[in-house]
Design a protein around this ligand. Structure first.
Ligand code: MN
Length: 245
């Protein structure tokens, strides 16, 4: 028994067979009657059109990708999926536009030694299923992943839309629980006492730590409107203190 610890890097895939970057790590023994390789595709990379004399099985082990057989639609595949490609069937496979993909590729080798046949590259339009550009239906971006200053039991989250008049400064204040916010319109200068000031604009998110002295939350010349999320216990009210100093 021999264990090769992953991830297995592999060697750069040949340019005549791939568009974009890919790496191949052989899995089967050299000379075996079945060829097996772990192939990792960088986002957007794919094979050229090709076919295998006895077909091929792909097992997606990581990420998400695309596969297409001649005359069929571009199909999305992801980790856990198994793709069976018929003998002689023209096809291509590769990563999704924004996500890498790794698959195990298994293909029997014919007795006469006939190898796979490469065709033309898969162009961008073809890769995107004939659409000029691939428009994602949903995008998800983490804009803040904020540890709290202390673990707390939150039973409610009160969401408030707060508007501060142009040029008005909230003044030094302290919240009794953590507050998160995201700016909708306008701008504000935000500063935790002792830390650097930041100018927040639409789409920016911020965190006012529980008990922290917030030195500034000053609306800009257009004022500011933001959503504030107040993390609260069941019987707790959001409170704000304005220390003299
Ligand atoms: Mn193939």
């Amino acid at each position: 028994m021999q264990i090769t610890r992953g991830p297995v890097g592999g060697t750069a895939a040949p340019a005549e067979w791939f568009t974009g970057e890919a790496w191949i790590a052989p899995v089967a023994e050299p000379g075996a009657r079945t060829q097996g390789d772990s192939v990792r595709f960088a986002p957007g990379s794919r094979t050229v059109w090709h076919r295998h004399p006895l077909g091929q099985v792909l097992v997606v082990t990581e990420g998400a990708g695309r596969v297409q057989r001649r005359g069929g639609p571009v199909e999305t595949i992801r980790a856990g999926d198994i793709v069976r490609i018929a003998p002689g069937e023209w096809h291509w496979h590769g990563a999704a536009p924004a996500v890498p993909m790794t698959h195990l590729a298994i293909e029997p080798i014919p007795d006469d030694g006939t190898s796979a046949e490469a065709g033309e590259p898969v162009g961008d339009s073809e890769y995107h299923g004939g659409l000029a550009e691939d428009v994602p239906q949903v995008t998800r971006t983490v804009v803040l992943d904020q540890p709290l200053s202390r673990p707390r039991s939150t039973h409610r989250v009160e969401v408030r839309r707060i508007t501060i008049a142009p040029g008005h400064a909230a003044g030094l204040h302290v919240h009794n629980g953590p507050v998160f916010g995201s700016i909708e319109t306008g701008s504000a200068v935000y500063q935790i006492e002792g830390e650097a000031a930041a100018v927040l604009g639409p789409g920016d998110v911020f965190h006012e730590p529980e008990g922290a002295r917030i030195a500034r939350f000053d609306a800009g010349e257009d004022g500011v409107t933001f959503l504030g999320y107040f993390l609260l216990a069941a019987d707790e009210a959001a409170e704000m203190e304005f220390p003299d100093r």
